[in-house]
Write a new protein. Structure first.
Lengths: 367, 938
């Protein structure tokens, strides 16, 4: 594996030098960190990471190679990788190729041999910001100029960029339930979780309107996860409002959770750092049980607004670390959502029961 | 569910003396649990027979009972005190078995107390192999095909059905005792018989051997609300076939994909929830077929175990502390993460570093023992190392071992004969990891190494990287030639300066000098459970070569304590006891206490004991970097056994202050020649002796001092390779063995005082006054190593005249050696004449024993005297002992069938117990006294 010197430049001028990983080149985006110790390939291909430079905190990345089926979408979605040890020598008998080969084929630029812990501590204190990686040039002035062209994530609509262009169907025609999913960057495993529970899912482009969805005659509606700021997504908020108005069973995950909140008038905000990892503690306030969850979000739902709207909405899940809102239920409606990823992949399967809960909801509604 | 407020007083049961398979990790868990309960305002009573523990110290618990771990002792405690609940999960198998036995005899009921943190039915299921297998099958998990056998015939039938290779696992035994692999039919009968005999219920499981499958271990916490979290996932570098306790293990798992890991996690939680109702720590072992990723469950421990201690140190998550609170009824979401203090205890730690645990063996102590590894645990201790790459952690683990290795090879100790190496790969011994490196260095293909060892190719490829880098290093002649970037790269792979020097065939000093010139210095990172996602409040550090240093020295005056490294025979938990007390005394005296140690089983490496903990090898290069950063006032070397003491010379040469007795004093006591000259000058009798550089000289000395003589290498621990010989022929053989195994060492030949009594003294000297802590008389005659002797405090048969001589000599020696702090002196007594055998200018194995027997905080006092903050006259000594206290050695011989069980000058015991008697008519004492010569070699 050929490695050349590489540089990481942050928006605030902080510089880290390391070595190239993957393709030789330049890439930019918002820098964020993920603390998971397994599941790097699932993270790279998660559409919610679209446009982001990912710092992997795990000491070694690439140990078990890559496998064509361990993906959450058709290709890599992160804009670049930042890691400590980029381990191209792998061991897993069922794997297909090394991480270096995978990155080269997918044309992903990365940087390794940098003090990832120092980077995490820096962005933990300073907050999320844009950054640029290059193994093509080490000229900081040139990179600074290029970094300025990168738009700020706040107010940035990205979901329509990763959404499917045409609707498609997964699952058998004779499935018991039909779920209409709005694709803002849906993860493969969400679809798998529905299908294995006897659902047929039709995945619609992000900007599909309510009438089109309804025409398929689904038993339930699903708002998917996805990248970017939910606030500018008027089209999706409008659709969610109409689904609610007609009281269909509705389930939202991550970005879909934020959209549901916006649809009932609860604003969202950009978090200092966001939650990205597979060890986030969540308490189910209804049952009193706890679950370890997989998370990936940089925006959150306003807790104050929820408190002010307690007639309309109820908090069902809360983060045990920082008390942020993790799940809500719309009072008097068949609608609920969670900020985290019950489908996991990567991450613990503790919250898979939410899919069963949604199916029960559809079943009851059918009757 | 909140805390159960009906519990006001709790009894914690300890694990007793250290034996192989149950070591000081249970001092860690008992101590943490006790402190955790006291935080909740609960009155804690502790029972344990092991005096060398922190848990049995007044700093840890409210009431301490140093009693044998028997039901009778439990009754005695319950008679004396009101105990609301008993926590039996912190003392290993010993405590659990005792709790079960007491339960069967109705003790808990009678005294209206109950067990907490445990479900006896769950224990029963996990201990009974057949019941466990059935439960796993019932809940849909895979286990290896197996049959239970209660008789020889049933065993034979099972073997016929399963085929070879197979495993025999006796029910209800500890550390794989009595179990083993059977590769061929003709080995079966003997191993089956041994297995059946080892099991208290005469029951074994005959199981298909999944040799070569990968092995993983998960540490979990479960609360009363059935919430379960995985604290740590550990991958065994050595695959199935070698006991986990004898395997090199790595955290986090290095070769697990998320799909494979989540399956394991789901099954672990599922299995735990199927096991009755208990709240606390537990662990589960899996085996994975590397080809298909199929999983089977190997075993479950529904209690805090050896691996819990490792997982606690590896992640920073204090498992025992939290487990104790869960036993009180708290749920995980009600508790805080102890490291961040702001986030929840209900979470799964994430690591941004790599942990390597490496066992420490002592095969050289067990003559005749099979020194190959298998199902039965044989290691006596372990080290843990932390690095930012696997190789850095691996090499730091090697540097922590204290077996004169400078890292993973490249240190003059390599093997070069292919056949020998291949044999050691296939039939693993203590040195296998080094042989893997040797094999790769000699060009043996990775595939062959994998085939013979079944070690995952990922680890083999990593080790191969070392071989390649070393080829590159060897192209340079002087350190100045090594490009700065490459130099840094080498260091991030964990190489010590000594290894680089060896590869360049030069001295270490110029390598270190050049490294420092290039600014390649260690930086320190925090172990924080969360990969820096949240701010950590705990000062728990490890070193690496990254850019940012997180360990910012305070402006307080600091004193550094060196720990004693891995447990081994001759140096165990007693020194951790000393270190912990040292730390507390330093804090009390207003200094900042810095601890350096690499033993994950200890209390001294708990992040809330010292003001700052460096989890690092007690190895010069690592220490120097810490000293350069922290600039402590001085270093305490008297508390960490021989490990710390032998570094004194280096500190002295580098101008670093040693707290207490100076290097000259320490050296004088250790240098046999100079010490004997001193004895002569002080008119103190000593056995005639001589130091020899070769066999001829040794023979001459032996004939001069007259046989029998005691032969030994100078500077050793626990009497290693020490023998008593009676003629020229034996002497010659012994001297040659010493020179072969320990070149560059002198051989000491001492006149052996036959039929002499032995006694020892521990004392503290402040330069003006000497305080004799205690005089112990050994029941066994001279010739048995003091660590293997039963020592009685105070003496029981020595005359006033003899005692006076001992006191006089102790005073003379302490002043002459200019001791400031502790000294231990060993005496031989023949008739009425007292000889001095040796003096140890440091805390000895018996200091904790004396402190416990007399109930005086001697280590605290000694540390304050060393620091000079106090004089002996500042303290009052009120010795509270009625009758006698006996220190009884405990052996682990049952781990080594066929081993020579005789006792001699080489120490073999792994632990000790304290036993109090009222007078000499006590039957326990009579029995010891009667047997005193039984095991003597000569």
């Amino acid at each position: 594996m050929q490695q050349v010197p590489a540089v990481l430049l942050l928006e605030d001028g902080t510089v880290f030098y390391g070595k190239s990983a993957g393709k030789i080149g330049t890439t930019a985006g918002e820098i964020c960190f993920n603390t998971g110790m397994t599941g790097y390939q699932e993270v790279f291909t998660d559409p919610s990471y679209f446009g982001q430079l990912l710092v992997a905190t795990n000491a070694h990345i690439g140990n078990y190679g890559t496998k064509k089926t361990d993906t959450e979408s058709s290709n890599i979605k992160i804009a670049g990788l930042i890691c400590k040890n980029f381990t191209h020598q792998f061991s897993r008998q069922v794997a297909d190729e090394s991480i270096q080969e995978y990155f080269e084929n997918e044309e992903l630029v990365g940087i390794c041999n940098v003090d990832t812990r120092a980077i995490v501590r820096h962005i933990r204190d300073k907050g999320a910001m844009n950054a640029i990686i290059s193994s093509k040039t080490l000229d900081l002035e040139e990179l600074k100029h290029e970094l300025k062209q990168v738009p700020n994530m706040d107010g940035l609509e990205l979901a329509s960029k990763v959404s499917t262009k045409t609707a498609y169907i997964v699952g058998d025609d004779d499935s018991k339930y039909k779920v209409a999913a709005l694709d803002f960057g849906i993860k493969q495993n969400i679809l798998d979780c529905f299908v294995t529970r006897g659902c047929q899912v039709k995945v619609f482009p992000a900007k599909t309107n309510y009438e089109t969805l309804k025409a398929w005659n689904p038993d339930g509606y699903f708002l998917s996860n996805g990248p970017g700021d939910p606030a500018p997504m008027d089209y999706a908020i409008q659709t969610a409002k109409e689904i609610l108005a007609n009281d269909h069973p509705l389930f939202g995950i991550c970005l879909g959770h934020q959209l549901l909140a916006l649809a009932i008038g609860i604003p969202t905000y950009k978090m200092h750092n966001g939650h990205r990892g597979i060890n986030h503690p969540v308490k189910n306030l209804i049952t009193g049980s706890c679950e370890i969850t997989s998370q990936n979000h940089g925006f959150g739902v306003s807790p104050d607004a929820i408190l002010a709207n307690s007639d309309k909405v109820e908090v069902t899940h809360r983060n045990l670390n920082d008390e942020t809102i993790e799940g809500i239920r719309v009072k008097g409606k068949n609608a609920f959502s969670v900020q985290y990823h019950p489908e996991a992949s990567p991450g613990p399967h503790d919250a898979r029961y939410l899919f069963d809960f949604f199916i029960e909801m559809m079943e009851k509604h059918k009757k | 569910m909140p805390k159960d407020t009906s519990i006001k007083s709790v009894l914690i049961i300890g694990s007793g003396p250290i034996i192989i398979g149950q070591a000081c990790e249970f001092d860690y868990s008992g101590t943490q649990a006790s402190r955790s309960l006291r935080e909740e305002g609960i009155e804690v009573t502790l029972i344990n027979s092991n005096p060398a523990t922190i848990m049995t110290d007044p700093v840890t618990a409210d009431y301490i009972h140093l009693l044998p771990l028997t039901v009778e002792s439990i009754i005695q405690v319950l008679e004396e005190r009101q105990i609301d609940a008993v926590l039996p999960t912190m003392g290993g198998q010993t405590a659990l078995n005792l709790a079960i036995e007491a339960g069967k005899r109705g003790v808990w009921e009678k005294y209206n107390t109950r067990l907490i943190g445990v479900d006896l039915d769950a224990i029963e299921v996990t201990e009974n192999r057949e019941a466990f297998r059935q439960l796993m099958v019932k809940i849909g998990l895979n286990v290896a095909p197996s049959f239970i056998a209660n008789s020889f015939l049933e065993g034979k039938e099972a073997a016929q059905k399963i085929g070879y290779p197979l495993v025999i696992r006796p029910s209800y035994t500890l550390g794989g005792h009595g179990g083993g692999f059977v590769h061929k039919e003709d080995e079966f009968d003997e191993k089956l018989r041994r297995g059946l005999n080892a099991s208290p219920t005469h029951e074994v499981l005959v199981e298909k051997a999944v040799l070569g499958w990968k092995e993983f271990e998960l540490e979990l916490l479960r609360d009363a609300n059935n919430n379960v979290v995985i604290i740590c996932t550990v991958e065994n570098l050595d695959p199935m076939g070698i006991h986990t306790g004898d395997s090199i293990t790595v955290a986090p798992a290095m070769t697990l994909s998320d799909t494979a890991y989540q399956q394991m996690r789901n099954e672990a939680i599922h299995a735990m929830r199927s096991l009755g109702n208990f709240a606390g720590g537990c662990n589960i072992q899996f085996s994975q077929n590397p080809e298909t990723e199929e999983l089977i469950v190997i075993e479950i421990n529904p209690r805090v175990s050896r691996s819990s201690a490792l997982a606690s140190k590896a992640t920073g998550y204090p498992i025992a502390k939290i487990a104790a609170k869960l036993a009180l009824g708290y749920t995980l979401d009600e508790l805080k993460n102890q490291i961040t203090k702001t986030t929840s205890a209900y979470f799964e730690p994430t690591l941004d570093y790599v942990i390597v645990k490496m066992p420490r063996w002592n095969f050289e102590k067990f003559w005749g023992a099979e020194d190959r590894l298998g199902l039965q645990m044989k290691s006596v201790g372990e080290v843990m190392a932390i690095g930012r790459t696997f190789l850095e952690a691996m090499q730091k683990a090697c540097q922590s071992q204290e077996n004169n290795r400078a890292g993973l090879g490249a240190d003059m100790k390599e093997w070069i004969r292919t056949d020998d190496i291949l044999d050691r790969l296939e039939r693993a011994g203590a040195d296998r990891i080094y042989r893997v490196k040797d094999a790769l260095r000699l060009g043996i293909p990775e595939k062959t190494v994998h085939k013979l060892t079944r070690i995952d190719p990922w680890f083999i490829k990593q080790i191969k990287r070392l071989v390649k880098v070393e080829d590159q290093i060897q192209r340079y002649n002087v350190p100045e030639d090594i490009p700065a970037d490459f130099f840094r790269e080498i260091k991030t792979m964990g190489y010590s300066d000594a290894q680089i020097a060896w590869l360049l065939r030069i001295d270490e000093a110029p390598v270190t000098k050049q490294r420092k010139k290039l600014g390649i210095r260690r930086t320190y990172k925090v172990v924080d459970t969360c990969a820096a996602e949240f701010e950590a409040k705990t000062p728990y550090f490890y070193s690496t070569f990254d850019t940012e240093n997180e360990s910012i020295p305070s402006d307080k005056k600091k004193i550094m304590v060196l720990g004693s490294g891995p447990n081994r025979i001759g140096q165990g938990i007693e020194f951790d006891y000393c270190c912990v007390h040292g730390i507390l005394a330093i804090k009390e005296a207003g200094y900042e206490a810095i601890m350096v140690n690499c033993n994950p089983e200890t209390v001294s490496t708990d992040f809330d004991v010292a003001d700052k903990l460096y989890f690092e090898p007690v190895y010069w290069e690592h220490l120097e970097e810490i000293i350069d950063l922290e600039k402590p006032e001085g270093i305490i070397v008297q508390l960490g056994g021989q490990t710390a003491l032998k570094l004194a010379e280096t500190f002295h040469k580098k101008g670093i202050k040693i707290i207490g007795s100076s290097f000259e004093s320490l050296d004088l006591a250790e240098d046999r020649g100079a010490f004997s000259d001193l004895l002569k000058e002080l008119e103190i009798p000593y056995p005639k002796y001589g130091a020899a550089d070769d066999a001829d000289e040794a023979l001459a000395i032996a004939n001069r001092v007259t046989y029998p003589v005691l032969v030994r290498p100078s500077y050793v621990l626990g009497g290693q390779r020490m023998r008593i010989v009676i003629n020229d022929e034996e002497l010659e053989r012994q001297v040659l063995t010493i020179f072969k195994h320990m070149p560059n060492n002198k051989v000491l030949v001492d006149q052996f005082l036959e039929r002499a009594k032995e006694a020892e003294v521990d004392a503290i000297c402040d330069g003006e006054e000497v305080h004799i802590m205690g005089i112990m008389e050994h029941i066994e005659p001279a010739g048995v190593h003091s660590g293997d002797s039963s020592a009685v405090l105070p003496t029981y048969s020595l005359s006033e005249n003899v005692l006076n001589q001992m006191k006089e000599y102790t005073n003379k020696l302490a002043f002459a050696l200019k001791i400031k702090g502790l000294i231990n002196i060993q005496f031989a007594i023949k008739g009425e004449k007292v000889y001095v055998i040796e003096a140890n200018p440091r805390a000895s194995r018996t200091t904790p024993f004396i402190a416990k027997a007399y109930q005086i905080p001697y280590l605290n006092i000694a540390t304050k005297v060393m620091m000079g903050t106090h004089k002996l006259k500042d303290f009052t000594f009120d010795k509270k002992l009625e009758g006698y206290a006996i220190k009884v050695p405990v052996f682990s011989f049952n781990k080594f069938p066929n081993v020579d069980k005789s006792l001699g000058p080489e120490m073999k015991s792994t632990g000790e117990a304290i036993y109090f008697i009222k007078d000499l008519t006590d039957p326990f004492f009579r029995e010891l006294d009667k047997q005193r010569s039984m095991f003597l070699t000569r």
